[in-house]
Design a protein around this ligand. Structure first.
Ligand code: NAD
Length: 456
């Protein structure tokens, strides 16, 4: 980009002020164009994801391209309705009309991480476009091939005064965070989320934070262990465990622990083969720093499944560990890799207490058949979102808001929730001039009595 961040934002704000992006027809046309752009670049996207992360094709479609296309289709179908003012009851303004009018914030900053670099850059962009904003995207420097491709696709298909990509790392972000954006949308770590929130607070910019954390997975005694094992292995080891909502650790009822581990070993072998590090279709660890960090975790317990690594190809086999101390680093830090510590419990309250003692997680998964057990966990534990008897799938349902709570984030998106994240809901009361009810005025003799009667 041959423009300073300040100039870019200024130009986008001018473009936004022209009102063009607010026109719903324009929004739909641009979303359609984005859909064609992504469809037309499908092979280049596979190649870029393969170059940066060794992502297999089916996984790249299922977790990146497919999700983005589905999100566009959903927005194309519903944006018209989402954008319409909604009438509400008049309250005290009898005779008048009240309505809520969604309006785009203006110029949005979208910062994304490297783990699902296509999905997590385009999904917020779709929401920003559907809501009628202009947007500056800052994809991750850790997946440079994908970031360069995103920059090229945007440059070749959209005007920079509408959508622009700025490439680079924290220093580039620092400059962007100084700019007077109208809203910010950040996906990444809790630590950087704090930096973004601080920058936003200084200028009172509304901000959505999609952060990480340690998402627990509880397997109760009555769970369907065959399905639990398969779905946990899928949720944990997809993308090499580098998924914000991957089960971070397991809490298993001690009566079923051994059977669950045996079944997981079987599923891991079925999914990834006997020697997963030699499987060409295994997502690699993003860089050496993370590879070293993950290897260190493997020394903090007894490895019962996996444990093999390939430093040249930066691969780590799906690994399950036991005998992990709750105060070990692997149990204090977000793992974000293919390592799964397993802890056991005897009483469900013990497991609940364990989760409650940690920051509120982004996701929680519970495998249990008993409805009272399900209800107990749902009503006692606060978490962003999750599944009962499955993993990950809640994030693929555009009817569900996707986001965290507390340390795992603020706000949510997907479907209409994404539209809301990029919109201000303006309240308008349109009063009648046909008559004037006098009670509120100081001249009214019965106003006080009237107000006391009705305003309580
Ligand atoms: P990260 O926070 O290191 O980086 C995210 C973005 O912030 C990148 O674009 C990066 O360039 C920028 N950045 C990094 N350091 C910065 C700094 N000091 N100042 C300003 N900007 C900075 O996160 P990551 O390693 O790319 O991604 C992994 C994290 O993201 C995990 O914690 C994961 O749970 C979380 N995550 C959350 C979601 C979600 O939807 N909630 C999705 C994916 C990943």
């Amino acid at each position: 980009m041959d423009m300073s961040a300040g100039e870019l934002v200024e130009r986008q704000k001018q473009y936004f002020d022209s009102g063009i992006t607010k026109d719903v027809r324009f929004r739909l046309d641009m979303l359609q164009k984005l859909r064609e752009t992504i469809r037309g670049a499908e092979d280049r996207i596979y190649e870029a994801l393969h170059a940066d992360l060794n992502k297999p094709k089916a996984e790249s479609y299922g977790t990146e391209i497919g999700i983005v296309l589905h999100e566009i289709g959903f927005a194309l179908k519903h944006a018209n309705r989402w954008a319409k003012p909604k009438k509400v009851k008049p309250g005290f303004a009898v005779g008048g009309k009240s309505f809520i009018m969604p309006e785009p914030y203006g110029t949005a900053l979208i910062i994304s991480p490297w783990n699902y670099p296509v999905n997590l850059t385009f999904a917020p962009l779709i929401a920003a476009m559907a809501a009628g904003n202009t947007a500056v995207l800052k994809p991750s420097e850790l997946t440079p091939t994908v970031s360069a491709l995103i920059a090229a696709l945007v440059r070749d298909n959209f005007e920079p005064r509408y959508i622009a990509v700025v490439e680079g790392g924290p220093d580039v972000n620092a400059e962007l965070l100084e700019q007077p954006f109208d809203c910010m949308f950040f996906t990444g770590s809790t630590h950087v989320g704090q930096i973004v929130a601080e920058a936003a607070a200084k200028k009172l910019i509304p901000v959505t934070l999609e952060l990480g954390g340690k998402s627990p997975c509880i397997v109760h005694r009555d769970a369907d262990l065959k399905l639990a094992a398969r779905r946990i292995v899928y949720g944990k080891f997809t993308n090499g465990g580098q998924t914000c909502v991957a089960p971070d650790y397991l809490l298993v009822h001690r009566d079923v622990k051994q059977e669950l581990l045996d079944r997981m070993r079987h599923e891991i072998e079925r999914f990834f083969g006997k020697t997963p590090v030699r499987n060409p279709n295994i997502t690699k660890i993003v860089n050496e720093r993370h590879f070293v960090r993950l290897k260190r975790y493997m020394q903090e317990g007894t490895i019962v499944i996996g444990g093999e690594t390939d430093p040249l190809l930066m691969r780590i086999a799906p690994t399950v560990m036991e005998n992990v101390q709750p105060e070990a680093r692997v149990m204090r830090e977000e793992i974000f890799g293919p390592i799964l510590p397993v802890l056991e419990y005897g009483d469900l309250d013990e497991a609940i207490r364990f989760v409650l003692d940690k920051p509120k997680p982004l996701a929680l998964y519970l495998f249990a058949e008993d409805r009272t057990v399900q209800q107990r966990v749902l009503s006692r534990v606060s978490f962003g979102g999750g599944c009962i008897n499955d993993t990950l799938l809640h994030l693929a349902n555009p009817y569900l808001p996707f986001g965290g709570v507390g340390d795992s984030g603020t706000g949510s998106y997907h479907g209409e929730f994404g539209f809301r994240a990029f919109s201000h809901y303006k309240s308008v009361l349109k009063q009648t001039t046909a008559f004037d009810i006098p009670f509120r005025y100081p001249t009214s003799k019965i106003g006080y009595r009237f107000m006391r009667r009705f305003m309580k």
